[in-house]
Design a protein around this ligand. Structure first.
Ligand SMILES: [Zn+2]
Length: 172
């Protein structure tokens, strides 16, 4: 069952945004390398300064940035596996993502700390994620309110997630 209160849209947007910024930085970095030589040869000192700055900062920013970005994607995928595929066993998650169980437990803890997922806690032995009572309650309430929705045109009950009434065809 999908946890209705959670979606990954804002996280996906953030991943996309960081990816674009890093891509632009990478292109500038690549241009700056021959740029250092060309601007030095032609005596364009301001440009030389910019190119040197880009090359040196790029080495750090891009190395750290891209690995941070890759980690974000993996964590997003783990979060999706937990929430949408319902894989809550740490050992199963570890196998699925090719990690040691110990590392997966640490990563899942980080995912929860960063609030990629909410409404879960570790069980006592930290082998499994369990839903908090509060999140179950909130989900039940939300599911109920969705089920109660009726078509404004004909009064038929609407199907969750449908874009149009299945009875009269009016767009919702
Ligand atoms: Zn209708």
């Amino acid at each position: 069952m999908i946890y209705l209160n959670m979606n990954f849209d804002s996280l996906n947007k953030r991943i996309k945004k960081i990816g674009i910024i890093l891509s632009v930085y990478s292109v500038l970095f690549i241009i700056a390398i021959p740029g250092v030589v060309l601007s030095a040869l032609n005596g364009i000192w301001a440009l030389l300064g910019v190119c040197v700055l880009l090359v040196f900062s790029g080495i750090y920013v891009l190395t750290i940035g891209w690995s941070f970005w890759a980690k974000m994607i993996i964590n997003r995928n783990i979060a999706v596996a937990i929430v949408e595929d319902g894989i809550t066993n740490i050992k199963t998650l570890a196998t699925a993502f090719g990690k040691w169980e110990r590392i997966m437990r640490r990563d899942v803890a980080q995912i929860m700390r960063k609030r990629y997922i909410t409404g879960y806690v570790f069980n006592e032995k930290r082998t499994e994620l369990v839903r908090t009572e509060r999140s179950k309650r909130e989900e039940a309430q939300k599911a109920e309110s969705l089920q109660r929705k009726k078509c404004e045109s004909c009064g038929a009950a609407l199907i969750i997630g449908a874009k149009a009434c299945c009875h009269c065809g009016v767009m919702i």
